[in-house]
Design a protein around this ligand. Sequence first.
Ligand code: TRP
Length: 446
Amino acid sequence: MSDTTQRTQWSSSLGFIIACVGSAVGLGNIWKFPYIAYENGGGAFVTIYLLAIFLVGFPIIVAEMVLGRHAKLNSYGTFKKLSKDNKFWKAVGLLCIFSATAILSFYSVVAGWTLDYFWNSLVGNFSTMTFENSGERFGSFVGNGYKQVFYHTLFMIFTAFIVLKGTKGIEKAVKILLPVLGALVLFIAGVSFYNYGASETFSFMFHFDFSTITKHGVLEAVGHAFFTLSLGLGCMIVYGSYLPSNVSIVRAGIWITILDTLIAVLACFMMYPIIFGTKMEVNESAAILFTTLSVQFNSLPGGNIIAALFYLLVAFAALSSTISLLEPVVSFIDETYNIPRKKGTLIGSLLVWFIGVICALGNGASDFFSHLALMDKLDYITSNWTLPVGGMLIALFAGFFVSKKDIQAEFSQAELTKFYPLWNICIRYISPAFVLIVILYKLGVF
Ligand code: TRP
């Protein structure tokens, strides 16, 4: 399908924004952000994260979409075409494909956890759960590698199916489900505040003690800014490549950034009051989404239905993210090797599924796989290293290597005067410098 004129396009500008918000909002917001912000002590970490979102993330979203719409190819193809076959940039393109494959492998396993919690909430298995035993229940679930293989397999089947059938269906679903998820998160945050009070949560989130921040924390904040906005592996390059030329990239970028940040912060407000209010021991913080919340649902009338709805919506949010991770891999296979989309989807999904199985089995199924701890390793390497480095290189590529004329062609006249000059400074200097400083700091250069 290398004939670029045949590429499918988003149904509308709104459809595109929704698909991108669907990609951005996912487990990163609802599962990961609350626990890493909690581990890193709140306020100061959140400040660095917000700085990274607005100074680095937002300019790079725009850059990725500009590159993708201009080249009309997958991330590898975009680097290859716009650099005129330069070896270094082609390697960066391959790094992008590696990141997508690696992230999707473990992401789908965690997404599978939400299916288990959906099912068990629905059938009422959690009605006797207490704050004391919720951790045990979670522990025994994540210690069961085979169960996770089952749910991971299910999740990959859904993902592959949608990538194969095209995005129209998911656009429609996300348009309805994401607002419902947002409303439900808001509602649960309200219940948490009502039941447990908000003061400790606020003082935690607005407590700017920078001495609590470690080198690793700084890197994690920046890495997560990339992760949550789906940046650094060309996901937005691919989505942008399907974008009609009359849609404003800047406007899309603003919406994605704001909505994504809002959901992440709300997710903390939903969970922290419970942790603080009940003096809950959070010994495995990756479990916050599953332990703190599932008990509170029992205090509500029809709680198991609300819980089931909540985990189902989280699963949907994860699904609109997993399709955006599989798409770069499939379009790469499709466009690089001229393999038909059906076969490409099968190859890409099987590869990801296989790596995911190793991740899942690492969670307690056998000593060998546990020792390998592939899930933690892939999460660490991608979130903290390949995404920020990939993102920094994407910024430099758009800022210095692609001709100015090509880049400017993707902005409207009004944007060229009002937005472009500032964006150009960010993408050339501020964003790359920010990432570089963080990396050097982590490496102990200063
Ligand atoms: N942003 C998604 C989340 O927060 C995950 C994700 C989807 C992603 N596509 C991506 C992360 C591309 C990095 C790159 O859950």
